[in-house]
Design a protein around this ligand. Sequence first.
Ligand code: HEM
Length: 485
Amino acid sequence: MTKQTLTHANGAPVTDNDNSLTAGPRGPVLLQDTWLLEKLAHFDRERIPERVVHAKGSAAFGTFTVTHDITPFTKADLFSEIGKQTEVLLRFSTVAGEKGAADAERDVRGFALKFYTGEGNWDLVGNNTPVFFIRDALKFPDFIHTQKRDPKTNLRSAEAAWDFWSRHPESLHQLMILFSDRGIPTDYRHMNGYGSHTYSFINRDNERFYVKFHFKTQQGHRYYTDEEAAKITGKTRESSQVDLFMSIEDGEFPRWDVKVQIMSEAEAERFHIHPFDITKVWPHGDVPLRDVGVLELNRNPDNYFAEVEQAAFTPANVVPGIGYSPDRLLQGRLFSYGDTQRYRLGINHGQLPVNRPKSAVNTSHRDGGMRVDNNGGQQPNYAPNQQGAYQPTQDYAPPLALEKEALHFNFRDYDADYYSQPGNLYRLMDKGQQTRLAGNIAASLGEVQSEAIVQQQLAHFRLVDEQLAQAVAEKLGLPGYAANR
Ligand code: HEM
């Protein structure tokens, strides 16, 4: 690096960066030491709000390469030809911990992708699990409050977590994954990613298909037991960050096979599972996985704050050929991410280099805090206008058929089976996996004081699988509990 002169923010040279300007060698500092004032003032404002969830994360840039043709289903530019490459940013995270939390915690992992496509940014903001704890966005703030710190003790609370889960049987499927071996991946390379929600694909004939996205790790799966994780956390809080950063520095680029499950609108209508229920998977036997491409991470960010902390992902960012679905949890997310980013980063966060699309941005949005580009120059800031500037495209999505009546419909009245898929998952596990699952659940449920919560949760486990309920009860010191109920 060439030697450069230290400057003030205005570019003028700094004369002394070791000694403040004082009245005599023992005297006080003068107010006119503007370098001291500028340096302290900037430092005083260094912190921005951390993400309200997924605060602790690591990211890398890379490429997505198409290997198989899916153009019959989507006209999205990034899938338009085999061999086509698109630059991506992938940010991994844990969910509940704060920005300084340990990486090796039992928690869901975020898997947030930004594809810098030729027609704008597509963000697929997923997790390392194909399902989620809840089905309605209205419940997200309550759920997250139970995962964060108790208002009085300022401690994480198993009591609050299980109080919530035991009242929401739709959380069982995600709980079975969270407390299984897959609940503590050793790092971010050795786990899958999922879009989790159902999204839409729209093809050139303007036909809609429903789609789920899967990212299968080529590195294989690796997990820590609770005991191993405790040892790692005792040594380092940064186990996943070190692993990702160093593997890329060493030229060992992690890869994921990208696959999709696709259904037509007519198939979705007839499907035996609610196709927009994020607490359920589409069994692969019913809807097979199709190969699409390969995702590779091959470049570490140069600056963590600029390229990772300031990165803003939102499921609302879609591109032509990709759309939403009626999933009510997804619908809530379409609002929440942009909203939090307007608070966390500001109204003009889309102009930050990491968030700025590689394609043209032509909007009539103007002004606002920290506008750093030319603010639309002399282009009209209204429409329609005589110059004909900024025409909306005629390339619209097909109509989405909706039901008519508006009501606060309770999805549990329509869809009460939250037990079959968790049960099937349990029965797929080998004996060792089942035993560790029960042990991990009991380790957490054992911290709960309320007998009523424990009993309610055991009753749910019993509906998942009698044997699971019995195993958890035994580990809790309640042998015969489930069998006797
Ligand atoms: C981050 C809200 C469900 C994955 C966030 C953030 C908010 C949020 C406010 C912080 C964003 C930021 O500061 O930039 C919600 C709401 C949900 C929901 C309201 C339900 C209604 C989900 C689901 C998934 C998910 C179902 C995965 C399938 C993520 C990920 C991040 C995140 C990966 C971190 C993004 C990053 O790396 O910057 N969520 N979330 N969330 N959420 Fe959600």
